[in-house]
Each structure stands twice: as C-alpha cells, then as structure tokens.
Design a protein around this ligand. Structure first.
Ligand SMILES: Cc1cc2nc3c(=O)[nH]c(=O)nc-3n(C[C@H](O)[C@H](O)[C@H](O)COP(=O)(O)OP(=O)(O)OC[C@H]3O[C@@H](n4cnc5c(N)ncnc54)[C@H](O)[C@@H]3O)c2cc1C
Length: 381
C-alpha cells in the first residue's frame, strides 16, 4: 500500500486545516468549558461537503473515499477531537447506516439534508443494559397497522439533542436474539421521542451526548431500515467503518498533542538550555511520533481495504485498538513534557489528555476490539 498522499487528498487536507485554523481552533476551550455544541461550525462543514463525505453524489454527498475520510477526521481531531467525534458519528454511523442499508427512496428523502448540514444524524445502539453486550437491546418496536411503535431508551447518543434524525435499533422479535433486532429511522421532531439526560463529561465536551427516550413513538412502516431482523448485523458492519473514524480521530488527537509538546520543548528552558536538548525529552518525542505514524499506517490500511471492498472487521478493530491506546500514551507523555504547565488549561495538552479517554471506549472498548480481532484470527466470527 502506498503511503504517498495524492495531490487531490493534499488539497482536501489543506482546506480542512485552513477551516480549522479559522473556525475551530480559536474557540476550542470556550466550547469545552461551556459544553457548547458549535452548530454554526457544522453548517459551514456541510457547505464544504464534510457532512456527506462518503455519500454518493446523487444523494447530495461528496462521494469521497474512506482514505479521504480518515484524513479529514485526523485533521479535524488535531484541532478539536469533540468536533471530530460529532462529525464522525454523523458521517459513518447515522448517515452511513442509511447510505449502506437504506432503500433508494430513504436515501433520497434523508441523505441530501444530512449531507448539506441542514440536518444532523445520530445513531443509537447503546442502552443501559446493552453496552459492550450490544445485542442486549431492551427497546422494542411493535407493528401497529402501517406503523411501528417504539418504546425504550438509548444512552450516550452523540448528536442526540442537536440532530434531526436518529437511526435506532429495537427488538422486533425477542425469540430470535440478535437476529430479532431491526433498525429504524426516527425523525427527532417526532412527539414520541424526547431528549433525556445530557451527560456532563470528562472530555469531548463540545460533542453532544444525551439519552433518547421513546414512549409510544410511532414511525411509519417505511422507516424500517434494512430488512426486518437485520438491524444488529447491519450495525456491526456500520461499526466496522465507524471504528476507522475513531482510529483516525485518535491519530489526529495524538498528533495534536505531539506537535504541542514539541513546540513547548523547543521554547522551555531549564538548566540553561531548551528542555528538548535533554535526551529523556528527545526519547519521549521519538516514541510519541512513532506511535502516531504507526497508528496512521494501521488506520490507512483499514481505510484502503474498505475502499477496495475487502473484509475490514479485523483491520478496523486493530486500527482502533492500536490508535486509541497509542493516543492515550502520547497524551500522557505530552503532559509530562509540559511539566506543571501541562496540568493547566493554558496549554492544549490538558484537553487532549481528557478527550482521549473516549477513544478506548466509544464504538467498542479496547477489550471488545481484542475479542473481535481474536475471533477473526481464530475463525470464530
Ligand atoms: C462520549 C460518548 C459517546 C458515545 N456515542 C455513542 C453513540 O452515538 N451511539 C451509541 O450507540 N453509543 C455511543 N456511546 C456508547 C459507547 O459505545 C459505549 O459506552 C461502549 O460501547 C461501552 O459500553 P458501556 O459504557 O456500557 O461499558 P460496559 O459494556 O459496561 O463495559 C465496562 C467494562 O467492562 C469491559 N467488558 C465488558 N464486556 C466484556 C467482555 N466480554 N470481555 C472483557 N471485558 C468486557 C469493558 O471493556 C469495559 O472495560 C458513546 C459513549 C460515550 C462515552
């Protein structure tokens, strides 16, 4: 696999970088402290095509590749991982599920609005009793005439209070276990669905994370997404792609922390010289940069396989596992390089150190990634 970045991708990266410098970086700490979701930024990201990155042109998308997608997420995450998390949930989870498994009519109805940024997508698999055990869904969907009636709740849903629709998994046939779970497109102005608790989080604070509660929530039968009973199986395929975006997010976050630490190490003087002159600091920097590059290579390998329509379950889990754990190591070292100043909100590494903790948990914990990888290798999948 070539690691040379094409001129087209370089131009995309440059556009994202300039956008982040102008519209995101100056406001990162304010949004973080206020837990403010920057809705206006998402409207502009939509105008640039970054909210329909993977969506076909006929549905209003930019029709870019997974290799482009991971590069865009890396770039946004280097500026603000919170914004990258909401962009990723919108693109590869909510919109991605509709794009991968929707009918032509569903795609025509929902994707253009999502791709333009006029609306945002959420995606709900997690529940109070269904976290890592994602097929433990309790939410039900019962057929009533020409509608499905949903009851239950979903936890930790990204974009829940700022989104226009959510793709939600619900049990349609309890007897069939994971093969009795179906997916539904639920518009968030439906009177049967409401936003519950907003999470007060350690990191990723500008990304919106809330509970969604469904009480006799009627959705038209045409909003069944994919075939009846395929919702959980389809969700696992959606997560195969989603995990590439969390890997890319981890790469960007780690790169941001590494760059901040290098800049600081060149400026900060102790014992009469810049601290980057000390071998201990040089070793830290060398290890951090190597972690970032190794994580990117695994992420690009998974993205390239996805673009080639090859199996990606193991590759995306490996990329996500390594990149997220590497990003934890890198941010921890970045704090050490900044000493006491790394512990303050005056420097960006403090925020990367908090934000990174989501990366080893969201879209499947590190422990679950290891199970996925081992099952693939042992032929037990
Ligand atoms: C900020 C944020 C945003 C999120 N966004 C979304 C979203 O948009 N949509 C959505 O559906 N979900 C979302 N999630 C939920 C996320 O995917 C879950 O938190 C995650 O899958 C873990 O589930 P859990 O929190 O219930 O942990 P648990 O499953 O309770 O895990 C607790 C611990 O037990 C370990 N564990 C569990 N089972 C095993 C096992 N079999 N073997 C070994 N160890 C095990 C885990 O690895 C972990 O260390 C989000 C979460 C956060 C924090």
């Amino acid at each position: 696999m070539s690691t040379v970045v094409s001129a087209e991708r370089r131009a995309i990266i440059q556009t994202v970088r300039e956008f982040c410098d102008a519209e995101i970086r100056p406001h990162v700490m304010r949004w973080d402290e206020a837990q403010e979701f920057p809705r206006e930024v998402f409207r502009k990201l939509g105008e640039l095509g970054f909210l329909g990155i993977l969506v076909a042109e006929e549905y209003g998308g930019a029709a870019l590749s997974y290799m482009d997608y991971q590069a865009i997420i890396e770039e946004i995450a280097a500026a603000d991982p919170s914004v990258a998390l909401s962009v990723a949930a919108h693109n590869s989870l909510g919109s991605g599920h509709i794009h991968q498994f929707g009918t032509d009519a569903q795609k025509r109805r929902y994707l253009p609005r999502l791709a333009s940024g006029e609306g945002l997508a959420a995606w709900g698999l997690t529940e109070a009793e269904a976290g890592s055990d994602s097929s433990g869904t309790k939410t039900t969907a019962v057929r009533d005439g020409d509608a499905w009636v949903l009851n239950g709740s979903k936890n930790f849903i990204t974009n829940a209070s700022v989104g226009s629709l959510a793709v939600l998994m619900a049990v349609t046939d309890r007897e069939k276990g994971s093969k009795g779970i179906s997916a539904f497109i639920v518009e968030l102005d439906n009177p049967g669905i409401r936003v519950g608790k907003k999470e007060n989080k350690l990191g990723m604070r500008a990304s919106d994370t809330c509970t969604l509660v469904m009480e006799d929530c009627r959705v038209p039968s045409g909003n069944l997404l994919g075939s009846l009973g395929s919702g959980w199986v389809d969700s696992m395929k959606v997560l195969d792609g989603g995990r590439i975006s969390i890997a890319a997010l981890s790469v960007g976050l780690a790169r941001g922390a590494c760059e901040a630490a290098i800049a600081y190490a060149k400026e900060r003087r102790q014992f009469g010289k810049p601290i980057c002159e000390f071998e201990a600091i040089q070793f830290y920097i060398a290890e951090m940069a190597t972690d970032v590059d190794a994580a990117r290579l695994l992420t690009e390998r998974a993205a390239a396989a996805k673009d080639a329509h090859e199996p990606v379950t193991r590759l995306s889990a490996q990329a996500k596992l390594f990149a997220s754990e590497a990003a934890v190591r890198v941010t921890e070292r970045a704090i050490q390089i900044l000493g006491g100043y790394g512990f303050t909100k005056d420097f960006p590494v403090e925020k990367y150190y908090r934000d990174v903790r989501l990366c080893t948990v969201g879209e499947g914990t590190s422990e679950i990634q290891k199970l996925v990888i081992a099952r693939q290798l042992l032929g037990k999948a």
